[in-house]
Every structure is written in C-alpha cells, then in structure tokens.
Design a protein around this ligand. Structure first.
Ligand code: 5GP
Length: 207
C-alpha cells in the first residue's frame, strides 16, 4: 500500500513534557519529520537556532507571515510562533509524517486547511505535576510560569477539538502510544481512497 505522509499536530500544556516526547518519537521511528517553527521568543539556555526553533525578529516574522511562508501562526504569551510552509509540504510529499508541536490556535488552523490531520493533546497526570515540571525546568521567571499556568487553564477548555488525549506519565509508554495513534490514522478509510479504488476495480474484474 502506498503511504502518503500525514500531518500530526501535538499540543499540550507548557511543561507537559511534549518536547522530550517528540524527540524520543523521531529518534525511535524514522518515518517522522519534526517541523521546526519560527518564533520571536528569546532562546532559552541550551537552545540553538535552527534546532529547537528559528529565532527571528518581529520584523522577519511579520515578513514571513505576509509572504504566506507560514502555514499557520499564533501569538502565545507575548511572542509569535509559526510553522514554515516549505519544509512541511516537502516532507509530506516524500511520504513522511510531519509532526507539528504547536498550540491550540495553530492546531485549529491546521485542521481547517488539512482535514486529515491528526490532532493529539498531551497532558501530565495532574495540574500539580504540571506546576512542578514548569518550576523544576528552572528556565522561566515566576511571572512567566504564572502566565503559562493561566494559559494552560484556558487551553484545557479547548481540548475537545483534538482527536485524542495522551497522558504523559511515562516517556516510553507515551512515545509508543503516540506512534500507535498515528499508525491508526493511516488506516482511516478517508486516507485509503487509492487503495479502495484499486481493490474495487479488481473485484469488479473478478466478477
Ligand atoms: P515554548 O515557548 O514553550 O517553546 O512554546 C510555547 C507554545 O508555543 C507551546 O505551546 C508550543 O507548542 C507553541 N508553538 C511552538 N511553535 C509553534 C508554531 O509554529 N505555531 C503555533 N501556533 N504554536 C507554536
């Protein structure tokens, strides 16, 4: 069966551990390509331009948006984040599944443009655990942590827009679960039109 790449949107509260999860997923399974977003946020210690994000100025970001070089973009806690179009389209065309680790506004825009996209929402087991992870990361100020927790409460209201929730309590189990859900999406009848047409034609031929 010929496989086309699908778009997989992964969202989750800031601090849900989805970054680590995505790295584990692409390392384990080579069918996945992880899209790198552009952002106006400052790099955190240890982040590298072109690896976690393309760190750009507000002017450069605006130019990308105007030139339609982003398939979606959104504002999140005072910064802009967007998905560069070219990489996504190239990878999908080559048959790889493309993972977008983006927030909810972006996720909804992707679903409008790509109805076959799979929308996954990653969450820690509890709010207490979320706060603990954000605090332990030690990269953000108390104000930013507070803003992110507030944003999490807002985002929690929109989770029904996603296809599946994945609770991240164990990295390995959660990686496996994500992979299974993506595999299941490939089997959806709406993504198997060519196969269905072929087998229908073959069946007619036999009768
Ligand atoms: P962070 O600053 O923690 O790296 O990311 C903040 C939020 O922005 C996260 O929820 C992340 O998933 C989201 N985000 C990252 N890249 C993009 C993007 O290209 N588009 C959108 N809409 N959200 C993004």
């Amino acid at each position: 069966m010929d496989r086309k790449g699908i778009l997989v949107v992964v969202s989750g509260f800031s601090g849900s551990g989805k970054g680590t999860l995505m790295k584990a997923l692409v390392e384990k399974y080579h069918q996945y390509a992880l899209s790198i977003s552009a952002t106006t946020r400052q790099p955190r210690p240890g982040e590298e331009n072109g690896r976690e994000y393309f760190f750009v100025t507000r002017e450069a970001f605006q130019k990308m948006a105007e030139e339609n070089a982003l398939i979606e973009y959104a504002q999140y806690v005072e910064n802009y984040y967007g998905t560069p179009r070219e990489y996504v389209e190239k990878q999908l065309a080559s048959g790889r599944d493309v993972i977008l680790e983006i927030e909810i506004q972006g996720a909804l825009r992707i679903k409008e443009q790509y109805p076959d996209a799979l929308l996954l929402f990653v969450t820690p087991p509890s709010a207490e655990e979320l706060k603990r992870r954000l605090t332990n990361r030690g990269t953000e100020s108390a104000e930013v942590i507070e803003a992110r927790l507030k944003r999490a409460a807002e985002e929690a209201e929109g989770v029904e827009a996603y296809d599946y929730i994945v609770v991240n309590d164990d990295l390995e189990a959660c990686t496996e679960r994500l992979h299974q859900l993506i595999e299941a999406q490939h089997s959806r009848t709406s993504l198997q039109k060519e196969f269905l047409n072929r087998i229908r034609a073959e069946l007619k031929h036999l009768n």
